[in-house]
Design a binder for this molecule. Structure first.
Ligand code: ZN
Ligand code: CU
Length: 481
């Protein structure tokens, strides 16, 4: 460091948690252009700007590995709901639904979670990535190709298994998308547009991943009674295709399954010795997606997040709406369609057990276009750091940071991100460990978190205590680059 005389920005006097899990150390961080150039005692280094980080934690920017931000990158490019949490990279295209490659006239649920017809205008992955390059967001994004998106494009009527020709076409489109820079394939076998796909269909398409170094990410067929069968299916797909798998938003739902995360995590441990397996989790005991009868059936309470014919009922209990209408909740759900909901369907002990599992990455699964969204959209990362690490004591802060930075960047191939070290990209979050906490709640879901003081993406500040800076230095992260 003796040779470094100047930098663009110096983050001075902070305590660095570098993302690897190593214990925190007192150190300054120097940044020039888009990279970290030095870490240590930099008192003698001149800086164009100095950020005072005394008593603050300086961490790598967080990677939100599970998002549905495909369209938000273009329609809400400052991405306040994410950078306000310290998130500097997102993985989009989860749960089988990616905005590209598909030009679509109608939108079968859950594809409608991503937007109305006019947003489905990218017939190739290349076209989508160039649109993101041309109008960058405040943060970086890596991209998955959605199996349900491929099905709608290749099959027309998706409520059936694909035939051999359609499978070949989907695999071809997947491979072209991987050539353009997508990092992998996602499925949402839980949802109607993909639930008719037999395991063999997914395997045949996923075989296109290996040569491109891609991975397989899945919202599994079942997270309730048949959750173990779904894990077996996921691991089989990974083995047959010869690729790493990631189980999305891992959970067990339904009262009679409470406690079964012991069984699911034991299965992860058993297979992990012979194949590459990852998972992500969000820190809440309620889930959220489109309004669906089978999700209502496993829930204690259902909150409506949006409804096209009845927008006035957003934020209300489905049971109250049904009582007012004098019908049962299933009939009320029909009347609200198309619609979205929050489902209180998990056990807090399972959530904590999965959060504590050392292989689990963190992802929000936030739904940026819901009118009354699940609070995970604005709260996930500060909730883990403030509530679960500091207040509940589930794990040390260093471990919490590791599982939202280095392991996530490694899993999704984000090169030179997720750790603080000379030479890596200057994606950084400066926060106050005593005050950091989520502020978004189920009653008031769109409130920025407390305690996040500075967020930098590629060396430029995108968020500080005054809010968004309006800067948009984010990049479309192509596989391998
Ligand atoms: Zn999902
Ligand atoms: Cu999702």
């Amino acid at each position: 460091m003796a040779d470094l005389e100047r930098c663009d920005i110096k983050i001075a006097g902070g305590v660095v948690i570098d993302g690897t899990g190593a214990a925190r150390v007192r150190a300054d961080v120097a940044i020039t252009d888009d990279r970290i150039t030095a870490v240590g005692d930099l008192a003698r280094v001149d800086a164009g700007r100095t950020i005072d980080a005394a008593d603050r934690i300086v961490a790598p920017g967080f990677v939100d590995v599970h998002t549905h931000d495909d369209r938000a990158l273009l329609s809400k490019p400052t991405m306040d709901m994410k950078v306000s949490q310290g998130v500097t990279s997102v993985v989009v295209g989860n749960c089988g639904i990616s905005l590209a490659p598909l030009i679509m006239q109608h939108r079968p649920p859950p594809l409608d979670l991503l937007g109305t017809e006019e947003w489905w205008r990218f017939g190739t992955f290349e076209a989508f990535l160039s649109a993101v390059d041309d109008a960058p967001a405040s943060l970086n994004a890596a991209f998955l190709v959605g199996h349900s998106t491929l099905r709608v494009g290749a099959m027309g009527d998706v409520y059936r298994p694909a035939d051999a020709g359609e499978i070949k076409a989907m695999r071809g489109t997947l491979e072209a998308s991987l050539d353009s820079g997508a990092v992998g394939l996602s499925t949402g076998l839980f949802y109607a547009p993909a639930s008719q796909a037999p395991t063999e269909e997914v395997i045949e398409i996923a075989r296109g991943l290996k040569a491109h170094g891609g991975l397989y990410v899945t919202h599994m067929r079942d997270e309730a009674d048949a959750v173990l069968d779904s894990l077996e299916e996921t691991f089989l797909i990974g083995r047959e295709a010869g690729v790493p798998v990631v189980v999305s938003h891992h959970k067990v739902t339904g009262k009679k399954n409470f406690g079964r995360s012991k069984e699911t995590l034991a299965l992860f441990e058993r297979y992990r010795t012979s194949q590459k397996i990852g998972l992500d989790v969000y820190p809440y005991h309620a889930s959220s997606t489109v309004l669906k009868a089978d999700s209502i059936a496993v829930s204690n309470r259902v909150l409506v997040t949006w409804s096209v014919p009845h927008p006035e009922h957003k934020g209300r209990d489905l049971a109250d709406i049904a009582a007012e209408w004098g019908i049962d909740p299933y009939a009320a759900a029909e009347r609200l369609q198309p619609a979205g909901a929050i489902y209180f369907s998990m056990d807090e002990a399972d959530v904590r057990r999965i959060l504590s599992y050392p292989e689990a990455m963190f992802g929000s699964d936030g739904l940026p276009h819901d009118e009354f969204p699940h609070p995970r959209l604005w709260g996930t990362f500060p909730r883990i750091l403030g509530h679960y690490a500091r207040d509940v004591g589930l794990f040390p802060l260093e471990e919490a940071v590791r599982r939202m930075t280095s392991i996530s960047a490694k899993q999704f191939g984000l090169v030179d991100r997720g750790v603080i070290a000379p030479g890596t990209f200057a994606d950084l979050c400066v926060f106050d460990p005593d005050t950091i906490i989520d502020s978004a709640s189920f009653d008031d879901p769109m409130t920025p978190a407390a305690g996040i003081e500075h967020v930098l993406v590629n060396g430029r500040e995108v968020w500080n205590q005054a809010g968004s800076t309006g800067e948009r230095p984010g990049r479309a992260l192509r596989h391998g680059g």
